[in-house]
Design a protein around this ligand. Sequence first.
Ligand SMILES: Cc1cc2nc3c(=O)[nH]c(=O)nc-3n(C[C@H](O)[C@H](O)[C@H](O)COP(=O)(O)OP(=O)(O)OC[C@H]3O[C@@H](n4cnc5c(N)ncnc54)[C@H](O)[C@@H]3O)c2cc1C
Length: 448
Amino acid sequence: MTDVIVVGGGVAGLVAARDLAKGGVHVTLLEADAALGGMVQKHTLAGIDLDLAAESFATRGDHVRRLAIELGLGNELVEPDKRGAWVMTKDRRVAPLPAAGLLGIPSTPMAADVIAVVGTSGAVRAQMDSLLPATVGAKAATLGELVRRRMGQQVLDDLVVPVAGGVHSTHPDQLDLDRVVPGLRAALLREGSLARAVVAQRAKAPAGSAVGGIRGGISRLVDELAADMETYHVDVRLGMRAVRIDAHEVDAAPTDPATGRPGPVERLHADAVLSTVADPGRQADERVDGIELVTLVVDQPELDAAPRGTGMLVHPDASGIGAKALTHATVKWAWLADAAGGRHVLRLSYALAPRDGSDAHGAGSALAVDPSSELAASAVEDAAALLGVPLRAEEHLVAADRVRWRAPDRRGADLAAGVVGIGEVSVGRGLAGVVAASRTSAERILDD
Ligand SMILES: Cc1cc2nc3c(=O)[nH]c(=O)nc-3n(C[C@H](O)[C@H](O)[C@H](O)COP(=O)(O)OP(=O)(O)OC[C@H]3O[C@@H](n4cnc5c(N)ncnc54)[C@H](O)[C@@H]3O)c2cc1C
């Protein structure tokens, strides 16, 4: 029997381990944490179960939906509320996010909903995209450069910065074009304009909503995957941190959950090694970006009207607002509104200052926030400003918590030769891509 080691028990590792074990491979799954799931976890606030990080998945490629069906969650797949999200520009103008865009890039620059955000002059400049030769911007390294050259600074600032920044926690000038929108460059050259390229890219997505969810939360995927680890006899080693990862050998050490101190190193051998984490020996001195999510449960009937649809994406320099996005989760997901019994769940995201260090990748855990604290007060103040509804912590806040996520800012994991890189560090952010890549890698190993 073939032996495979999978390093990391997030969604990427779980999916690969499941497919391999189903195919008859003996799999050992190493997870440094005490629980499986990585960035897909849940927390409970005011008695409501909520996703702690990922709360939806891109329907692109149909990978997550198919996996969910295989895992018996087919009847639990849901679509978000159709009202969609809003955007707040740098000068604090608010408007619904234009329909039919791609990471904020409009497909019809002169559409009324685009003009409402970028103004007439911004839209006219963006429309020039249709007159420029296809080669203009076609060599752009970043998403920001492409949009600036084709559609101008206003569209970049008012739409792409808040939208792409909200998804990737980074300014578009730092986002590698081919990584965040694979195929867009080729579509530009083929279609002759960026707007038409956006239309072409969107046409490739399945009909219906661009994102999907699961009734009860995305974490149900992990519950089912974890159950399958038993069904398919995967040897799951929780609390085991890989300290050296090679093509056929992994050194791992148990971690004392109380002190975090590593125990004696154990050497494991395998025919193949798949890793969702960068080589621990090679990840010193990297920049680590972070995001803090503050979740509020509030009691304010004026929010029933969904004043900003499913939430807001915020320009990072919008004056007086600390949050860069707000999800009105009880509007976005009907199942959550039912679970919340008339209360509202708001999730605000804050960018954390980058810091150096290699300790921080992996799961965060939720910490309760005292409703009378300064943090609660400023999050409630942000929510009020973003939603345009009066909110005061002492009057409306039922409960709050926060979680910090940090992830290395890297373009592909630095792995030893022969190690198969899977997961976010190798293939980029988002469950759709992560699931697809794990399945492809598992299939290749099974074919071999
Ligand atoms: C706040 C936030 C919101 C998000 N929202 C969405 C969303 O709505 N939709 C979406 O599609 N995606 C979203 N994502 C991204 C998505 O969650 C991730 O891309 C995906 O879950 C990554 O899975 P992974 O298995 O590659 O990594 P991880 O989930 O990070 O799993 C890696 C695992 O490896 C473990 N590990 C680390 N080092 C070692 C070691 N040395 N030895 C052994 N184990 C180790 C970690 O503990 C962890 O469990 C979000 C991410 C964040 C942070």
